[in-house]
Design a protein around this ligand. Structure first.
Ligand code: NAD
Ligand code: TYD
Length: 336
């Protein structure tokens, strides 16, 4: 099998490549990534020399780059490449539309032309919008995205659906909950708070801290994607959740306890504009049809994640400087 992984230098994409090399050693993996601030080849050091792994630098929204990669055909394409952080999308929505919408369509065009066995679009529960205190998102729910990030991912999902219906392309969409685990860029809640707490810096909790997310360990997500890729039905959507709903304050408290740090590090700050209150996924479809279930218990997953950030300080020290800092100085000036 030949698989094209876009965005493979990012958090989930790099975990996915490790998962494939370990669990499908006969597959040929091509990683296509433009290496934005979130792409980091250090995530792939352990596989870089593997004979069945190849890296190609390119942008999914640049037709010449995408055409070049499709000069060879693939059995599978898994599209992780995206701008992925909601806070950034509030300040730079145009880059989200370019990569997440135009880029996905560009990939679809060339995959259609070159022929592909299966195209899997990695999407998010954020496309469904926000839930009240009760209920779970189902795959058949209408899309009500609230942030520019969520709207760009929802748009990509709709383009995928149209390419399945119109051209009969074998496309499947997965929609996952909030991932956590090793190699996550320290701008997302869990790694941001771990790395701040390790430096005894205040943890900025937005609003009242009672927003709820459905947390999924990244390796469970990768296993779910492989299951869907191999056995899912074309044209379908599959939710992939951790079945683990928690408020941001619960997460923060567990994290401070695990690190042995004071709760006085918690600082409530101005809320994120358009902040979705709750996400939670109904995962019966992937469980009943494909026999996938999340395996990692949250406390154990958080412990593993914290250990990884403690052992890999150089990894995050190297990236929490330069452009990253500039963005965050601007961002927090706004929030205080
Ligand atoms: P990430 O930001 O860590 O990585 C994104 C990767 O895509 C980076 O390596 C970056 O260099 C690359 N990239 C960005 N723009 C590109 C372009 N134009 N061309 C080629 N490569 C480009 O993101 P992540 O958290 O690993 O998320 C991966 C995918 O999973 C995204 O599509 C995201 O929407 C989806 N998702 C993420 C989560 C989550 O909790 N992180 C949950 C559900 C779904
Ligand atoms: P995030 O990791 O950005 O993921 P998403 O917005 O895609 O769910 O944020 C997770 C939750 O944590 C979300 O409710 C926003 C909140 N949050 C904070 O309270 N403070 C922070 O500094 C960050 C980054 C997030």
């Amino acid at each position: 099998m030949r698989i094209l992984v876009t965005g493979g230098a990012g958090f989930i994409g790099s975990n996915f490549i490790h998962f494939i090399i370990e669990n499908r050693p006969t597959w040929q993996v091509v990683n296509f990534d433009s290496l934005t601030y979130a792409g980091n080849l250090a995530n792939l050091e352990k596989v870089a020399k593997c004979k069945n792994y190849m890296f190609f630098r390119g942008d999914i929204s640049e037709p010449a780059d995408v055409k070049a990669i499709f000069s060879e055909s693939f059995d599978y394409v898994v599209n992780f490449a995206a701008e992925s952080h909601v806070d950034r999308s509030l300040y730079q929505p145009d880059v989200f539309v370019k990569t997440n919408v135009v880029g996905t369509q560009c990939l679809l065009n060339h995959a259609l032309e070159g022929g592909v066995g299966r195209f899997l679009q990695v999407s998010t529960d954020e496309v469904y919008g926000s839930l009240g205190p009760e209920g779970l998102f189902q795959e058949t729910d209408a899309l009500f995205p609230n942030s520019p990030y969520a709207a760009s991912k929802a748009s990509a999902d709709l383009i995928c659906r149209a390419y399945f219906k119109t051209y009969g392309m074998p496309i499947i969409i997965t929609r996952a909950g909030n991932n956590y685990g090793p190699h996550q860029f320290p701008e997302k809640l869990i790694p941001f708070f771990i790395t701040k707490a390790l430096r005894d810096e205040p943890l900025p909790v937005y609003g009242d801290g009672l927003n709820v997310r459905d947390w999924l360990y990244v390796r469970d997500h990768c296993a779910g994607i492989v299951r869907v890729l191999e056995a899912g039905r074309a044209g379908e959507v599959y939710n992939i959740g951790g079945e683990n709903q928690m408020t941001n304050l619960e997460i923060t408290t567990q994290l401070l306890e695990a690190l042995g740090k004071s709760k006085h590090l918690v600082h409530f700050v101005k809320d994120r504009p358009g902040h979705d209150r709750r996400y939670a996924l109904d995962c019966r479809k992937i469980e009943n049809e494909l026999g996938w279930q999340p395996e990692m218990e949250f406390r154990a997953g958080l412990k593993k994640t914290i250990e990884w950030y403690i052992t890999n300080k150089k990894w995050w020290h190297d990236i929490t400087s330069g452009e990253y800092l500039k963005f965050y100085e601007l961002h927090y000036r706004d929030r205080k």
